[in-house]
Ligand binder design. Sequence first.
Ligand SMILES: O=c1[nH]c(=O)c2[nH]c(=O)[nH]c2[nH]1
Length: 302
Amino acid sequence: MASLAAARYGKDNVRVYKVHRDEKTGVQTVVEMTVCVLLEGEIDTSYTKADNSVVVATDSIKNTIYITAKQQPVTPPELFGSILGSHFIEKYPHIHVAHVNIITHRWVRMTIDGKAHPHSFLKDSPETRNVQVDVTEGKGIDITSSINGLTVLKSTGSQFWGFVRDEFTTLKETWDRILSTQVDAKWQWRRFNDVQHVKANLDKFDGAWETARNTTLKTFAEDNSASVQATMYKMSEQILAAVPLVETVEYALPNIHYFEIDLSWHKGLKNTGKDAEVYAPQSGPNGLIKCTVARSGQKARL
Ligand SMILES: O=c1[nH]c(=O)c2[nH]c(=O)[nH]c2[nH]1
């Protein structure tokens, strides 16, 4: 005998663009998002008994995303996700959890002749601002905000030595190396009761994103890194200190390697150690270093 152990369904990859036109100034502001909404609740019979009477069609879920984007603010994404998720559990009595994921793509206003352009934008990197909003009937709204795809490199100010040396080790210790990564940083908010509670904290979300982004960049640049592990822990500590409503900070950082190339075989050309100038960037394998940092005495909510 089999039984349904878990189920959720919905619409993924719903691409939405919204423009705000300021009629007075002529300045337009754009937001482009990719949205996923997955629902949970009393939907088991749709799987086990071919009973579609409990199914809110994924096509209707897509329509709801568009209508909510038209009628409600889409920024900050933490608010839009909360409004959207709450809609599903309030509208349908048999739906008890809504999982909303929003990827906000990066459109940065162009500067032309030193002036902010009123309606032209630039995607200067694959970086995105994301939220995962889980709205659970009777519990509240759990929000995790994140930065993804922020790609950074420093050409010095990074070391890695003192690690385990045994019969498996070939890596040399280094006191000066290249450090590059693509930042995946998440911060989990203390649970909100409802949309009103999210609205009451509206000013915090953009500020937290800026703090996380600036802290990541500043620490990356300024820390004389002992390892990816040590540097990412410093970043996490600072974000927790700066944003009281954040319970945990999580980083996942690939260590994108740049290998020295020994060119001594060519006329004794010196290109290693202090003479290294030309390196071979690696696409893989890469290190992958992760951590979740909580406030002291607090365990991460999994
Ligand atoms: O910062 C680093 N952490 C590691 O765990 C590691 N392992 C490795 O080979 N290089 C590095 N660098």
